[in-house]
Design a protein around this ligand. Structure first.
Ligand SMILES: [Zn+2]
Length: 197
């Protein structure tokens, strides 16, 4: 994430107490040198990784809407995703690819990665994350169609040996022309897979 955040002192203290207790419970010694500041660091890390709760993704888009007659597919590829699964509170991360077909309104391109961040920096499941990004863009821009594809590696599967190393989970969600029109959806998938850089 690009921006830094203000840490809430009260919240940091409370979280640190609990993280300290977790260290105890897993058999660690929270008073040894390397762990002395760990509860506080973890408290801050957790606030950073869940800062999306304090961000309204609709507002990010609404503040950067421009009226344009452009009506070709707009696509933002390879957006970094860092999130945490709500079942294990372990990271999942990968890439998002987002496209929309404008219907009189476009949005500043940098805003789409910020919407992805706002929904990723919460406890999530990849499927809901995919739908939330799609629905936010549909709701705010009212385009002729939205497409979202997300590919992520889930540490709760890989580190626990549930799934083979390096395997990724892909999810997708579409509205409008991407749903109705096979050729439009294929064009999007081809653009996502093309190596233009
Ligand atoms: Zn999980």
């Amino acid at each position: 994430m690009r921006e830094s955040i203000e840490y809430n002192e009260e919240k940091t203290k409370k979280l640190a107490i609990h993280f300290g207790e977790i260290l105890n419970q897993i058999g660690e010694d929270p008073t040894r040198e390397g762990l002395l500041k760990t509860p506080e660091r973890q408290a801050k890390a957790m606030q950073f990784l869940t800062q999306g709760y304090d961000i309204n993704p609709d507002t990010i888009i609404e503040q950067a809407i421009f009226h344009e007659e452009y009506s070709e597919m707009v696509i933002v590829k390879d957006i970094d995703i860092y999130s945490m699964c709500e079942h294990h509170i372990l990271p999942f991360f990968g890439k998002a690819h987002v496209a929309y077909i404008p219907n009189g309104k476009i949005v500043g391109l940098s805003k789409i990665p910020r919407v992805v961040d706002a929904y990723s920096r919460r406890l999530q499941v990849q499927e809901r994350l995919t739908l939330e990004i799609r629905d936010c863009i549909q709701r705010t821009l009212n385009p002729k169609g939205v497409a979202v594809v997300i590919e992520c590696s889930h540490m709760c599967m890989q580190m626990r040996g549930v799934q083979k190393q390096n395997s990724a989970t892909t999810s997708s969600a579409f509205t409008g022309l991407f749903m109705k029109n096979d050729a439009t959806r294929k064009e999007f998938i081809n653009l996502v897979q093309a190596k233009l850089h």
